[in-house]
Design a protein around this ligand. Structure first.
Ligand code: ADP
Length: 626
């Protein structure tokens, strides 16, 4: 290469170098300076159409100031509520700027934490709360309370940077107003349009962020409007209709460390006078995170929001739930039907068994009645046969008074035939005659009452009286058989409730059996003993000195038709036993230690008379009449 050509080469190289320098110049600072850590700030935007530039928003100065004074870099992204939540869920956001309602939801769901609260200039004072104002025309008498908005058409003038439709919706809910159901809502952005609609009656109420209308309208126009339910809180200088809620929040994601947070708070809160960048704008400013005002109502709202935010059930799970409920209802119905049917069956069965039970009871009663009749009849038959057996004894017994009567009457006749008859002697003889006739009549009366056929008739009676009656009755028979009768009767026994004839029959049976068991004995002897037993019983025993009863027969003698006698019927003890049982007593037999047998029966003492001792003679008198 010649030297002439060298300047040309140098200039060409310099030219190329310059071009390269121009091309790569923007990248040079990046290589030279250390790269800043970048953070993403998600900012809530209420309308998709408002994906505006940062320059148009009141947040611009905030972001500028952070980028200028911190050692970090901050990107901004404007997102509607649902996308803001999604981005936070995907850890795409480090910070968020959002309204109070959305903040509450995100705090609950994603652990975001507010660092700062926005304040807004109002009458020379920065206020960190906001509220809704509901205006109607001054002459509109239909809307005086918030609940009057029911069935009305209302318009919300939505400011992009104030709390939103969600606030209005929750606030109206407190007053039982539901948008779309009993209130028509229009969301408008053009202030002039809203106001003219109100004037023309196209809408009944206009809702704005509190303080906004006061700033925008002149006094005369403002006077044509009326605030519905105006109130003034301690934390706000403006009149408002709703509860106060905190202004927008600047919040951090849970994973952001304190050092960065401290830096942000310091930068945004500290400012110098005349430092225009210090202010979010003249209108807005940041302050420390505020406590929420109108806490109770807001909490109620937040609870509602919580339920509103719970993920809607998938259509599959809804269907499943429907089917499950349907199946459960069907199952319950089947069980109910089965239960009803089985209870009906059970009822039927119960009814049938009740009927058969009633029938059985009736049959039993009938059988019992029949048994009693039979028993009475048997007793009657037994008495008749006893009477038949005693016929000779009776004839002998009657013979005595009759022959005495005959003798006395003969004597009277003789006396009357005498010339000088003594009337005293005749009267005496006739009195004796009458006595003997009474005696014969008494024998016949006793016989008649003994053989009378009748129903059981129980009276209070003295058992000793029965013994005396029966032994008197059998006197001739005992005499004929030369039986030595001993009566060992305890005095002052309590009365028993008994059918005298039936008990007499039992005693006759026992005495007759005793006499028969002693036939062939050289010294036949019978003892009748009465005594009290166990306080509640009276016992009567007939003790004979006969042949006794062998052990094997002792168990059978009470069976009907059991007899060891050639002419016996085997019914006496059986009938006696059932008579005593019908009196709630017991008939039993045992052998005497030396010889003979003893037959005893017990009868219960009448309860109420157990303690009343001794027995009054009235009872005895009554029984004697029998
Ligand atoms: P019957 O006198 O017609 O035989 P009972 O029923 O009165 O019927 O008596 C049944 C049986 O009991 C008698 O046949 C007899 O064997 C026995 N018996 C009853 N009383 C006595 C008694 N005092 N001593 C021994 N045996 C007796």
């Amino acid at each position: 290469m010649s030297l002439k050509k060298q300047p040309c080469f140098i200039s060409l190289s310099a030219f190329l170098f310059l071009i390269l320098l121009c091309l790569f110049y923007p990248a040079i600072p990046a290589w030279s300076a250390p790269q800043k850590q970048t953070f993403n700030i998600g900012i809530l935007t209420l309308h998709a159409t408002h994906q505006h530039q940062l320059e148009d928003s009141p947040w611009q100065l905030t972001i500028d100031r952070l980028n200028q004074y911190s050692k970090y870099h901050f990107n901004t992204v404007f997102l509607p509520p649902n996308k803001l939540t999604n981005a936070l869920e995907n850890d795409e956001l480090d910070f968020i700027i959002t309204d109070a309602f959305n903040y509450l939801i995100l705090e609950k769901k994603h652990d975001v934490l507010r660092m700062l609260t926005r304040t807004e200039l109002f009458d020379g004072e920065y206020i960190s709360s906001e509220a809704l104002s509901i205006f109607t025309m001054n002459n509109n008498s239909e809307v005086t309370r918030i609940s009057d908005l029911q069935g009305k058409r209302i318009a919300l003038l939505e400011n992009e940077y104030s709390t939103s439709e969600l606030f209005l919706e929750k606030f109206l809910n407190i007053h039982d107003l539901n948008i779309g159901e009993n209130v028509d809502l229009l969301v408008l952005e053009r202030f002039d349009l809203t106001q003219s609609w109100l004037k023309e009656g196209k809408i009944d109420a206009l809702i704005t962020k509190s303080g906004l209308l006061e700033k925008q309208l002149d006094k005369t126009t403002l006077e044509t409007l009326r605030l519905v339910y105006p109130r003034r809180g301690r934390h706000a200088p403006f009149l408002h209709s709703s509860v106060l809620v905190p202004e927008w929040a600047f919040a951090r994601a849970w994973f952001i460390n304190d050092e960065i947070v401290n830096q942000i708070i310091t930068i945004l809160i500290s400012h110098k006078k005349n430092d225009h960048v210090n202010y979010l704008s003249e209108q807005y400013h940041w302050t420390f995170a505020q406590k929420y005002h109108g806490l109770a109502e807001l909490f109620a709202l937040s609870r509602e929001m919580e339920t509103a935010q719970s993920p809607p059930p998938s259509s599959l799970s809804v269907k499943l739930k429907y089917w499950l409920s349907f199946l459960i209802i069907c199952f319950l119905l089947v069980i109910l039907i089965m239960y009803l049917r089985s209870s009906r069956d059970l009822n039927n069965r119960l009814k049938t068994s009740k009927e058969s039970l009633e029938l059985e009871i009736k049959e039993r009663q009938h059988a019992q009645e029949q048994a009693l009749t039979h028993q009475a009849e048997l007793a009657h038959v037994a008495r008749l046969s006893t009477m038949g057996e005693m016929a000779s004894g009776l004839a002998h017994e009657l013979n005595q008074p009759l022959s005495a009567i005959h003798t006395y009457v003969q004597g009277c006749i003789r006396l009357l035939k005498m010339d000088k008859h003594d009337p005293e002697a005749i009267i005496n003889a006739l009195q004796l005659t009458a006595q003997q006739a009474d005696r014969a009549g008494g024998i016949i009366r006793r016989l008649r009452s003994f053989v009378r056929k009748g129903e059981s008739h129980k009276t209070y009676t003295d058992i000793n009286h029965i013994v005396n009656e029966v032994t008197g009755f059998l006197e001739s028979q005992l005499h004929n058989k030369q039986v030595n009768l001993t009566l060992d009767l305890k005095e002052d026994l309590p009365p028993v409730l008994a059918d005298i004839i039936q008990i007499e029959q039992v005693l006759i049976n026992l005495l007759k059996n005793g006499i028969e068991a002693m036939s062939g004995n050289e010294q036949p002897a019978i003892t009748v003993v009465t005594r009290r037993k166990d306080n509640k019983l009276v016992e009567l025993c007939v003790i004979d000195s006969g042949h006794g009863i062998s052990e094997d027969k002792l168990k059978q003698i009470f069976n009907p038709f059991f007899t060891t006698k050639t002419s016996g019927m085997g019914m006496g003890l059986s009938i006696s036993s059932s008579i005593i049982e019908a009196h709630d007593g017991k008939l039993y037999a045992e052998n005497n230690p030396v010889s003979g047998a003893r037959f005893c029966f017990t009868l219960p003492v009448t309860e109420e008379l157990v303690t009343e001792q001794p027995v009054t003679k009235e009872y005895l008198g009554n029984n004697n009449n029998e």
